[in-house]
Design a protein around this ligand. Structure first.
Ligand code: MG
Length: 250
């Protein structure tokens, strides 16, 4: 069942989104060669706690940190730690925020120092894929139209979209109905599911420079590309309104 949120509820989710946006800006400002992913994670956690917000990932199914930070060939769910960033890295930062009983979720991939053109292109395609998804939104549309908009944008540019991880509804909980694939999966569910006005989605294309296949490292969390080529991840929490998609974490 897909929830339709009232104006008041959307305002409350937007308050969580605004805090997330502030945390993301702060994290972006820290990015430099020599900074560790653990330092960024600690700063985000402190920022959120000072605002009275909760980092939703901490303890989620046992996840040990407040953010997911995934570098280069890491796709999602990277565990922050003592890894120091170097010039040429691309870094995906994923943050979930709980505030006033509501949730918001967003991710960005940023370059560190002097980054190769093809990696910058990958980041732009992931960002553009999210934008294409948001632009496709209108009330009572079918889920498959959103998935097709994202996949089409990515594949037209010669990159691939991860299939194993998908976006999701969000609201009282971080993960709600429906699952939001970034590709057309051929299912009846996807072809027939209607997205109502007032529904809130975390749309999150994960885009690979090479093939779409991924695998999980022995730590049980970090997802990497099978071909070890880089990956980028952009995510926003978005409301479907009468006039289209409105990003509340941008
Ligand atoms: Mg998410």
């Amino acid at each position: 069942m897909i929830e339709r949120r009232s104006a008041g509820e959307i305002e409350a989710i937007t308050a969580a989104g605004r805090l997330l946006s502030g945390a993301m800006d702060m994290a972006r400002g820290m990015l430099a060669p020599g900074v560790t992913t653990g330092e960024i994670d600690a700063a985000v956690e402190e920022f959120l706690k000072e605002e009275g917000a909760t980092p939703l990932f901490k303890g989620y199914r046992g996840f040990p940190a407040s953010t997911c930070i995934s570098v280069n060939e890491e796709v999602v769910h990277g565990i922050p730690g003592d890894r120091a960033l170097v010039s040429g890295d691309i870094v995906s930062i994923d943050i979930g925020v709980g505030y006033g009983g509501w949730c918001a979720d967003a991710a960005r991939t940023f370059p560190v120092g002097d980054v190769a053109d093809e990696r910058l292109a990958l980041i732009e395609v992931a960002r553009g894929a999210l934008a294409a998804g948001v632009e496709s939104l209108y009330p009572e549309m079918r889920l498959v139209e959103l998935s097709r908009a994202i996949q089409g944008f990515v594949e037209a540019r010669g990159f691939s979209v991860v299939r194993q991880y998908v976006g999701h509804g969000i609201g009282r909980k971080m993960h709600e109905e429906p699952q939001v694939p970034n590709f057309v999966d051929g299912s009846v569910r996807q072809a027939t599911m209607v997205l109502p006005e007032g529904c809130v989605l975390a749309i999150e294309p994960m885009v690979n420079a090479g093939g779409y296949e991924v695998t999980t490292l022995e730590n049980g969390w970090t997802v990497v590309t099978k071909d070890s080529l880089p990956s980028a991840h952009w995510e926003d929490t978005v409301v479907i309104t009468e006039s289209g998609g409105v990003v509340i974490t941008g």
